[in-house]
Design a protein around this ligand. Structure first.
Ligand SMILES: Nc1ncnc2c1ncn2[C@@H]1O[C@H](COP(=O)(O)OP(=O)(O)OP(=O)(O)O)[C@@H](O)[C@H]1O
Ligand code: SF4
Ligand SMILES: [Mg+2]
Length: 327
């Protein structure tokens, strides 16, 4: 099956006064039709950079980029600026990190939609656009009359639903959601996640769901990608995570040790020792080496094994284990 979003060997550095700051390192990730992929990692691991790069929203003069991003077969970086404007939001849309706080307080909810709708569907009259706004609000389980209200009149959960509806305005097939529920309480979070799941199934969307919260993706995603220091170190089917017979990357295991369990015997929660690396001074080998409980000499200076596209674990210890099993 051809993925709807196909990111291949993407590397990106920010060009700063301090020099190049690597943020993505040879990232390959595919999201198939009708699939939710969760992207998890600590703060600063490169999740938002990956999303912004996939949308081609970073200014070319601020970055050095290699690799490819294809959406429904179209290479995003080959589109002309005019085509990109038309194409973005119709094929690939994004809910930005903290975007519910970025709604314009002096514009009604409907006006936020009119900008996008009129830019792409200039022929539509105002009543036609208003009808579409009301439909979109219903899609995210808001009262359609919310269209005439202002952002400050809405709760956080309602504003978050509005930004999700905005991203869906032009029926994109691929949706990237960057921490869409982080600022919400757990009850509202749960109800929004249920709606995301229902909309994804109904419209057969491909969703890349970004979060630092492992528990969220475990309940929502079909596959989970784990990011550390700008690299994807593991992509796994959700079901495989819990199976002891399928080994996880040591960083994934460390993240999972920090999740409280509701059932079974009591277990002590453990944080991950140490700090994420300084991206301008990455170790030559595995970036997790200084914090890893399973490290071995080869990890210090040897780059991680190459990634394949769908599911993989990139770790020298696991590669060695598999080699030993085969002998
Ligand atoms: N505009 C920028 N200029 C320079 N460096 C940047 C810029 N934006 C991000 N970075 C750096 O790129 C790396 C990845 O940042 P990014 O925001 O993508 O991480 P993240 O995983 O989304 O983090 P969070 O969970 O906090 O949102 C970090 O080291 C960050 O400091
Ligand atoms: S490659 Fe080595 S240091 Fe890195 S996660 Fe695996 S065992 Fe740990
Ligand atoms: Mg981010």
């Amino acid at each position: 099956m051809t993925p709807n979003l196909d990111i291949a060997h993407l590397s990106l550095s920010y060009l700063t006064e301090r020099g190049r700051v690597p943020a993505l390192r040879n990232v390959s990730l595919a999201v198939y039709p009708n699939e939710i992929v969760g992207l998890v990692g600590e703060s600063g691991s490169g999740k938002s950079t990956l999303a912004m790069a996939a949308m081609r929203l970073l200014r070319p003069q601020d970055i050095a980029l290699e690799g490819s991003v294809r959406v429904q077969g179209q290479e995003v970086y080959r589109l002309s600026p005019e085509d990109l404007k038309r194409w973005r939001w119709e094929h690939l849309a994004m809910v930005f990190q903290s975007s519910m706080n970025a709604l314009n307080p002096v514009l009604s909810v409907a006006s936020h939609f009119f900008d996008t709708l009129s830019a792409h569907r200039a022929a539509d009259s105002k009543p036609v656009m208003m009808q579409r706004v009301r439909q979109l609000l219903q899609l995210v389980r808001l009262d359609p009359d919310v269209a005439v209200r202002y952002p400050h009149e809405l709760s956080g959960g309602m504003r978050q639903r509005v930004v999700i509806a905005l991203a869906l305005a032009l029926n994109p097939k691929v949706l990237i959601m960057d921490e869409p529920t982080t600022a919400l309480d757990v009850v509202v979070q749960k109800s929004i996640l249920d709606e995301i799941s229902a909309i994804q199934t109904k419209h057969q969307l491909s969703v890349l769901f970004i979060t630092h919260d492992f528990t969220l993706v475990q309940g929502l995603a079909h596959r989970i990608a784990v990011m550390y220091a700008g690299e994807i170190v593991q992509i796994t089917e959700r079901e495989s995570l819990a199976r002891e017979s399928v080994p996880n990357h040591p960083y994934t295991t460390a993240l999972m040790r920090g999740i409280p369990r509701l059932t079974g015997s009591r277990a002590t929660l453990e944080g991950i020792p140490g700090e994420p690396p300084d991206m301008t001074r990455l170790p030559r080998g595995c970036a997790f080496y200084p914090r890893c409980q399973d490290r071995r000499p080869v990890c210090e200076s040897t780059p991680l094994p190459e990634a394949s596209h769908d599911t993989y674990v990139r770790c020298h210890a696991l590669t060695a284990e598999r080699r030993e099993e085969r002998c």
